[in-house]
Design a protein around this ligand. Structure first.
Ligand SMILES: *[C@@H]1O[C@H](CO)[C@@H](O)[C@H](O)[C@H]1NC(C)=O
Ligand SMILES: *[C@@H]1O[C@H](CO)[C@@H](O)[C@H](O)[C@H]1NC(C)=O
Length: 133
């Protein structure tokens, strides 16, 4: 009984140590994975981007990005229809809203049709909600 418990505990410890290496990218503020296909497939680009700065998508991903997945960090991005500095003429606005790690469709923008639309994006740091002492 005791040895079984010890074995399981050891196994769990090993798994706990192994999993971050296997499946977690470092959650970097400004880190965004952008791919042509859903679920991080197809042509991909991962970079850590500066905040408060607009970036145009590279060739191959312009109007062709079904994955737009920010890292697990307190920041969010606005994908835009127009290139950086472009003037928004869409009556519905030129973004579908903030995309953060928590955004449910980040691995399949096809669900909202935006895989055909992202041309540029800009990321921002989350506001801290706690008042400073
Ligand atoms: C950051 O802000 C975005 C957009 O408001 C929100 O969806 C996300 O949950 C926030 N993330 C954290 C870690 O607070
Ligand atoms: C992505 O969403 C589209 C539209 O809802 C769906 O047809 C497709 O199967 C989804 N792809 C994946 C890989 O989930």
């Amino acid at each position: 009984m005791l040895s079984t418990t010890a074995l399981i505990t050891g196994l769990l410890a090993a798994l706990t140590q192994a999993s971050p290496v296997l499946q977690r990218r470092d959650g970097a503020v400004g880190g965004v994975l952008i791919c042509s296909d859903p679920n991080g497939q197809g042509v991909c680009q991962y970079n850590v981007y500066e905040l408060e700065k607009c970036y145009n998508l590279p060739q191959g991903l312009v109007n062709n990005a079904a994955t737009f997945a920010p890292d697990d960090a307190p920041f969010y991005c606005y994908p835009y229809l127009t290139e950086c500095g472009g003037i928004c003429t869409s009556p519905t606005g030129c973004t579908f809203g903030a995309v953060s790690y928590d955004y449910e469709n980040k691995y399949n923008l096809t669900k909202i049709g935006w895989n055909e639309y992202i041309t540029s994006f800009e990321c921002h740091l989350n506001q801290t909600q706690t008042a400073s002492p």
